[in-house]
Design a protein around this ligand. Structure first.
Ligand code: SAH
Length: 347
């Protein structure tokens, strides 16, 4: 593992002190930051820096794109799923989705995940480690370079639990939002969490304009306990109470994600119970028919059931949409590709 500093992990201020430490002017920090976020993948490409300074820089730091191990492209909608190698040999996945309004990228925040949700492939092998802010950002820069186009929307919905890697995720958000960097507006960023309530309150205090998505997936504790272990730490009441505080502090509408699992959480009574729980909240429900994962015995609900569920929510005053399924022909659910790749390598 390279022990030098990954320049993509650095804020402008950190680059400024690095420049001074290496004997150059503070403003070099801003120049470096601009280059890094233009997507260069080696130090030598920073044209307005002196050879001497770049030599010093190379001794203590590096810039590198991740190796692309594999890309799967959906024939249905052009969604591209990437398998990327980190410097230490770990593998992560990221997904590029093409919309009329621009390119959106779904990125990972950890190698694997420890949250143990019973329907999710990312969590099967547990968590290996957190990603650094530079590695979270690196997914965007590597993929932008690969497609030769800008990414305008970012969703933290790949493998991992963002609030279980809070510091690095927060640093990453500051870096991509910076006007000298990718300058991605907070409103174009969605952070999805299984609901670590204590961290949610900390996040609220940042008063960022990001969209917060909460993986709810059940209308009561009895069902949620069965599929999401985090519910035993922060139950639905605690979670919704925290969401209300979050909304009050940030004044932002929260999205609740609800994966429909056939015969489990998709009945009329569940839709009614969910409507009652969410009544009066500034929120929106995103219904997602479960993406089936081979190792899990759970089955997704039909499109018809999803429409029925949505109808009941709407009738009860809860705004709800059914998520368009992208990349359904390329295993686009969290962690599926990474898992099958690792298994093949072991054989
Ligand atoms: N740990 C975070 C973000 C990663 S998962 C979270 O829990 O929100 C991103 C979203 O995909 C979550 O809502 C998660 O519950 C959902 N998800 C995971 N596996 C899925 C599957 N097989 N089918 C449908 N949704 C899934």
């Amino acid at each position: 593992m390279d022990s030098r500093i990954d320049l993509r992990s650095c804020t402008v201020e950190e680059l400024e002190s690095l420049s001074v430490r290496l004997g150059d002017k503070k403003f070099r920090g801003k120049q470096m930051f601009t280059w890094i976020h233009k997507g260069i993948d080696d130090i030598d490409s920073m044209e307005n820096l002196s050879k001497r300074f770049k030599n010093e820089l190379e001794k203590v730091s590096y810039i590198k794109n991740m190796d692309i191990l594999k890309v799967l492209e959906s024939k249905l909608d052009g969604t591209r799923k990437y398998l990327l190698a980190l410097n230490d040999g770990n593998i992560i996945e990221s997904v590029l989705m093409k919309y009329k309004h621009g390119n959106s990228i779904c990125i990972s925040t950890q190698v694997g995940c420890k949250m143990g949700c019973s329907f999710c492939a990312s969590t099967i092998g547990g968590v290996e480690r957190n990603l650094s802010s530079g590695e979270i950002l690196g997914q965007i820069l590597t993929i932008q370079k690969d497609i030769g186009e800008r990414v305008s929307n970012v969703v933290l919905m790949g493998s991992g639990e963002p609030l279980d890697n809070y510091e690095e995720v927060l640093k990453f958000l500051g870096i991509i939002n910076h006007p000298l960097g990718l300058n991605i507006g907070m409103r174009n960023i969605t952070l999805s969490t299984c609901g670590i309530a204590s961290k949610l309150l900390e996040l609220a205090k940042q008063k960022m304009q990001i969209t917060l998505a909460i993986s709810l997936h059940a209308p009561n504790d009895e069902l949620r306990n069965k599929i999401m272990p985090i519910n035993k730490v922060y139950n639905i009441e605690k979670l919704l109470d925290t969401c209300k505080k979050y909304i009050k502090i940030t004044n932002r509408r929260v999205t609740f994600e609800y994966s429909l699992i056939r015969g489990f959480n998709d009945k009329v009574e569940h839709a009614i119970e969910l409507s009652e729980k969410l009544k009066g909240m500034l929120c929106h429900v995103n219904l997602i028919p479960l993406n089936e994962v081979e190792e899990r015995s759970l089955v997704g609900s039909t499109r018809e059931t999803a429409y029925e569920f949505q109808k009941i929510l709407k009738k009860n005053g809860i705004d709800a949409t059914i998520r368009r399924e992208l990349g359904s022909d390329i295993d686009a659910a969290c962690g599926q590709l990474r898992k099958s790749y690792i298994e093949k390598m072991k054989k």
